[in-house]
Design a protein around this ligand. Sequence first.
Ligand SMILES: [Mg+2]
Length: 276
Amino acid sequence: VTTPLRDFDPYAAVLLDLDGTIYTEDHPLPGAVDLIRRLLREGRKFACLSTWSPRQLTARMARMGVRIEPERIYTAAAAAADFVLQHFPDDRSPRVLNVANEGFHELLDGKVIWVTGEDEPCDVVVCAALTSVFATEERLRLALTILRRRGNQPKDQSKATMLLGMCADRVYPSPRGIEFGSGAMTMLLSYASAVEPVFTGKPEAVFFQELCGRLGVEPRECLLIGDNLESDIRGAKRVGMRTLLTLTGVTRAEDLAGLPENQRPDGVVEDLTGLV
Ligand SMILES: [Mg+2]
């Protein structure tokens, strides 16, 4: 266990994964609450990375005794929304079919044109896990019809519709067992329509780049603290961030054995108590 990253002065921002790093279920992990208090006390620029909506999360964190403003929480939905607003031409609003969720709708309502019918032009179909009224069978059918329309007109790129998946996860755990992940649902639409998807959640470079854009910092100036070698450490390393792995989540110490140098975190801690 190495902790050369205890001093945060060299970093313009600290990025914290939440699930498995800060909390598990409804319990804060050792050192987590004190670490967040330290970041607040020292006036550090920091952001929390999550798949939950900021509103759900602030409530959850409050129950654990930590006050975090929703603005500090960056989600896959926020990265997708930032991407949609920046990716399409400036002279008109992007035309979007949301088969993702309410969080995404809230982020872009009033800023885009929502597509509701198969005859309407559509720039992008946005997909996530099947957790909301935006992902009904009827709406997924509409998404498929629109994506196939593009597939049928490969030469006319002005009518091309992008398929954007929030995360590339296959499954996620739930009280019922496992559920189809955002990535699995996106691949369902992708396979049926023969349209290659773009993903904007962790560990995609675009996720970390959009977040740094919001914070006004460069990726190489950031320290990321997370529990997942794939989505946190590899993703962050790819854009040049320094990385600290905590062993409170999905990664075990033995997972580090034999890991190629370019996938190794810069530091490893048992939990966050060493950082406070
Ligand atoms: Mg995690």
